[in-house]
Design a protein around this ligand. Structure first.
Ligand SMILES: [Zn+2]
Length: 209
């Protein structure tokens, strides 16, 4: 199945056991500093969250869709949690949490305000970027197939898609090249059979003259 969607269309949410949920609920009202609590329960929650998100997202960044392998991976709050302009009340809402690469999260998104219409009910908020869970990204953003048969050219279908594409730099030549490189990597990986891998291993170790 060729990759044709890059911006994440999240349809699954992380789930937590009753103890973890009661711990998180017991912290209310939530403050940004809760995220960095050094308790075992918080460490367990964050480890489980990242593991589940990576699995749900098939090890790809929520925004650029590139591989999270060999990358710094962040537990990303779509609506940021910091006290200055953030919404710590949404910090543990599972619909607000994604795994993102450090480039998208740190270099681009940071603590950008994304809410255009606040509602105490998270799912009723309106946003200025495509929400990977609430929106259907393919209604706003398309990836057009090039002459090599790769769907890597970003095209916006709506104003929201346009704003999101520009914000995450999805239309730039560098991001288009990175998508092409990722597809090539996937293709090569597929082609390397188990036998080839054993052969690679046998010839790739250090041999002194
Ligand atoms: Zn990314």
């Amino acid at each position: 199945m060729p990759l044709i969607e890059w911006y994440l269309n999240a349809t699954q949410l992380p789930v937590f056991d009753a103890n973890t949920l009661s711990y998180i609920n017991g912290l209310k009202p939530h403050r940004a500093s809760h995220w960095d609590l050094q308790t075992n329960a918080m460490k367990f929650y964050k480890a489980s969250l990242l593991e589940q998100l990576s699995h749900i997202q098939k090890n790809r960044c929520a925004y650029c869709g590139l591989s999270l392998e060999r990358n710094l991976v962040d537990r990303e709050h779509f609506v940021h949690k910091e006290q200055n302009g953030g919404y710590p009340e949404f910090m543990f809402i599972t619909e607000n949490l994604f795994a993102a690469c450090a480039f998208c999260n740190r270099a681009i998104k940071g603590t950008t305000a994304v809410i255009t219409n606040y509602n105490a009910d998270y799912l009723a908020c309106e946003f200025n970027l495509i929400h990977p869970y609430i929106d259907t990204p393919s209604q706003h953003l398309a990836f057009v197939v090039n002459s090599y048969g790769e769907a890597i050219l970003a095209q916006s279908l709506t104003q929201l898609g346009h704003d999101t594409m520009l914000f995450f730099d999805l239309h730039s030549s560098i991001m288009t090249c990175r998508r092409a490189a990722y597809l090539l990597e996937l293709k090569r990986k597929e082609e390397l059979s188990v036998t080839d891998y054993a052969e690679l291993k046998s010839v790739s170790h250090f041999k002194p003259d």
